[in-house]
Design a protein around this ligand. Structure first.
Ligand code: ADP
Ligand code: MG
Length: 720
């Protein structure tokens, strides 16, 4: 009888390519057709109502009930004309994905379709199953969702989706979106104050975000045969294919065709939803791809990334594929990240991270550049915590991009400008001097986009006109790390404003005051700047000397959420109160424990029920063979040797799985969640995952290919 693996492999051979149909050749014909955007609002609402909504979107003003009522009516007709029968509040609970609770427009009582303003604005999901880190149980039993007009309403799967925040009745944020919105307010306030030194017309500063999303794609049937992929999102076993990253185009070519159609298909769907994707077909590892949309206002970009991931999963299914967002689905191959391209843009249209031809504007540019560097320096541990997850641990610091040590990369030119600015601290600026020239600030326009070196090993790099936070994991909700980034930069900019004001009060001319503060900040935060190879052991050593953290495991990295420094920071900017912060720490620890638990169980089950029985069968064959050879008086040392090797690995597997199970039992009695998570990290994951994997992967090489139960790496990654 054929094994599951063989059946799946046969299935893959029979697959046919599915060609997607675009509604039109021109993308502009259907871009955003599923979105109730400003244009749709303007067309369907009375001018006075439209004014109130657009005001709410731009300035965050409140929408009153009668306005909500009119919008609800308009949005219902629009949705029904597009074939939607249901509506849902779409929100982002702390589990990391999105949640929905669908209701139909149809009202059986009246026999008509209805949608009230109150249903648009506020709803109470049955939220008892969402993690709240103790907030709801302690304070209030229920949470509710409330419309976030700054992110557009859209139709997905014949359902009208209303982006919402999710908060408890006592006002605590139970989601990712609420703190993100609060943090954009914090950075807006702080950044506008700095801009005021240079341009009085700036009223608003908004963070922008462009998310480069990496992912793997494999055939659905192969995926289904791997309980580790299904349960844990990654392969816990699997020997590296000989080919490794140096892929063979011939093998690769065929899967690429199916994946290409898949990409086209989800692009079409994304465009309908107003997500400005532009897929790039570059693969870093076999089976790995990347998609990047054009950058947008951060809240929208963050929503769009979540929606895109959901869409990619749905469309993959149609193509008999499975998309893997896990940070490290395959050991030994490149992991997946989500590069967060972040910048700050004023309502006057200036990107504050864009060097310009005007020296005066460049001083402003330097304020934001240096402010961000200092923020990363002061709050490196918080930034590290913001990207910590069980899955990302397999990527960060595991000899690939990027390391777990947080540092900032600037590129040679910019780096030397900062050095110069710092070192020429003694340069006296006399009246009538060209300060900008004397300080080397006029040189900045020379660095154009292409001139910023591409250091792929840096977790946080300046790339010409934006920062790129590369350490974010591919499965993460970017709202978490982006909230942290907004807040830490807001905090430093706030200090900067105070420092500059103080210098001016002490009698310094404005631009000299600014330069002096910048010099001070550059000096203070020098240690966070690193231009070299982030993978190297030398860097780990150097970083240690500089006093930078190198936290490789999530529960340890999350300690940064428990410090007074972090709590004060989030409170100061009204982004998270103590309860909300504490809840997040707890939920993330719980999540970590659960992940490691699942992986450990999957490993145990696979080893005991799949691998060991197969290895014993093979061992018996070898014994028969050895006996046969012996009976004939032939040399049977080779057979004996293999039998010994197989036995050794079986013994080691049994012993390690047994001990690991005992360790889990012991740790599960621990009541302190911090200790428990740390023990899961050291006493389960670190102690047993590698040795167990080692034995299984060795057995994969020894046991005959025919009977091996798990689909192999080369089959998942190189097969047609
Ligand atoms: P890379 O060279 O890293 O591939 P790209 O220039 O292609 O970089 O941009 C990568 C992402 O950065 C895209 O999503 C793009 O829209 C985004 N991006 C470009 N400029 C900005 C900006 N000013 N702010 C935020 N994101 C930006
Ligand atoms: Mg990039």
């Amino acid at each position: 009888m054929a094994t599951l693996r063989q059946l799946a492999l046969m299935k893959v051979q029979e697959r046919e390519m599915i060609i997607p149909q675009a509604p039109s050749l021109k993308i502009s014909d259907y871009f955003g057709t599923q979105v109730f955007g400003l244009k749709e609002m303007q067309e369907s609402l009375a001018p006075s109502v439209f004014q109130r909504v657009s005001g709410a979107i731009e300035k965050g003003t409140k929408i009153d009930m009668s306005t909500a009522e009119e919008i609800a009516t308009a949005v219902k007709s629009w949705a029904m004309s597009k074939g939607a029968s249901h509506y849902t509040h779409w929100f982002q609970p702390l589990t990391g994905s999105t949640a929905e609770k669908h209701d139909t427009f149809f009202d059986a009582l009246s026999g008509m379709e209805k949608f009230k303003g109150s249903a648009l604005v506020q709803q109470e999901p049955d939220a008892s199953s969402f993690p709240s880190g103790g907030i709801r149980t302690t304070f209030e039993a229920r949470g509710y969702t409330a419309w976030d007009p700054s992110s557009p309403i859209f139709i997905y799967d014949q359902t009208l989706c209303i982006p919402t925040i999710f908060v408890s009745f006592t006002g605590e944020a139970l989601d990712f979106k609420t703190p993100l919105i609060r943090s954009t307010e914090a950075i807006n306030n702080a950044a506008v104050d700095i801009c005021q030194f240079f341009d009085r017309n700036v009223r608003k500063v908004t963070p922008s975000l462009g998310v480069e999303q990496e992912y793997f794609v494999i055939d659905k049937a192969l995926y289904a045969t791997r309980p580790d992929l299904v349960m844990a999102g990654r392969t816990v076993f699997g020997h590296n294919p000989a080919r490794g990253q140096q892929l063979d185009d011939h093998y690769f070519g065929s899967i690429a065709q199916r994946v290409k159609q898949y990409m086209k298909d989800f692009e079409i769907e994304a465009w309908k939803l107003g997500i400005p994707v532009s897929t790039r077909h570059n693969e870093v590892a076999p089976g790995q791809y990347e998609v990047a949309p054009l950058f947008e206002e951060i809240n929208k970009a963050s929503d769009h990334n979540l929606l895109l991931m959901d869409l990619m999963e749905k469309v993959a299914d149609k193509h008999n594929l499975k998309v893997l967002f896990h940070e490290k689905p395959f050991a030994g191959l490149n992991g997946s990240g989500k590069h967060n391209n972040w910048s700050l843009i004023t309502d006057t249209g200036v990107n504050l991270f864009q060097p310009s031809n005007s020296a005066r504007e460049n001083l402003q540019f330097l304020c934001f550049l240096v402010g961000t560097i200092k923020a990363v320096y002061v709050y490196a541990d918080l930034l590290r915590a913001s990207i910590a997850s069980a899955a990302n641990d397999f990527r960060l610091g595991a000899n690939e991009a990027p390391p777990a040590i947080i540092s900032v990369f600037l590129g040679t030119t910019l780096n030397s400008i900062l050095d110069e600015l710092e070192q020429n601290g003694n340069v006296k600026i006399e009246k009538g001097d060209n300060m900008y020239m004397k300080l080397g600030i006029t040189k900045i326009p020379e660095i154009i986009l292409d001139n910023t070196d591409r250091n792929r090993t840096s977790p946080f790099a300046f790339t010409g006109n934006k920062f790129e936070f590369r350490a974010v994991g591919s499965s993460a909700n970017v709202a978490g790390p982006m909230t942290a980034l907004n807040v830490i930069v807001a905090d430093v900019l706030k200090d900067m404003k105070v420092d500059i004001d103080n210098e001016m009060e002490a009698g310094k001319e404005k631009k000299i005051a600014i330069v002096d503060v910048l010099r001070k900040y550059i000096k203070e935060s020098k240690h966070i700047r690193f231009e070299g190879d982030g993978y190297s052991d030398e860097w780990a050593e150097e970083a240690k000397k500089r006093g930078l953290s190198n936290l490789k495991s999530t529960p340890f990295a999350l300690d940064a959420l428990t410090t007074k420094k972090t709590a004060d920071l989030y409170k100061r900017h009204r982004v998270l109160n103590d309860k909300e912060l504490h809840a997040r720490h707890e939920i993330r620890l719980e999540n970590y424990i659960m992940r490691v638990q699942i992986e450990s169980r999957v490993m145990g089950d696979l080893a005991l029920n799949h691998i060991i029985p197969t290895a014993i069968q093979y061992q018996n064959k070898l014994i028969e063979n050895a006996n046969g050879l012996k009976g004939l008086g032939l040399d049977h040392r080779a057979a004996i040797e293999t039998i010994e090797q197989v036995s050794k690995h079986i013994e080691s597997l049994k012993a390690n799985v047994g001990e690991m199970t005992e360790a889990r039992k012991r740790i599960n009695k621990e009541e302190d969640i911090v200790k428990k998570a740390k023990q899961y990290s050291t006493d389960v994951k670190e102690a047993y995952f590698e040795p167990i994997r080692y034995a299984v992967d060795k057995l994969e090489l020894l046991v005959d290919n025919e009977s091996w139960p798990l689909v192999k790496y080369r089959e998942m990654l190189f097969l047609k």
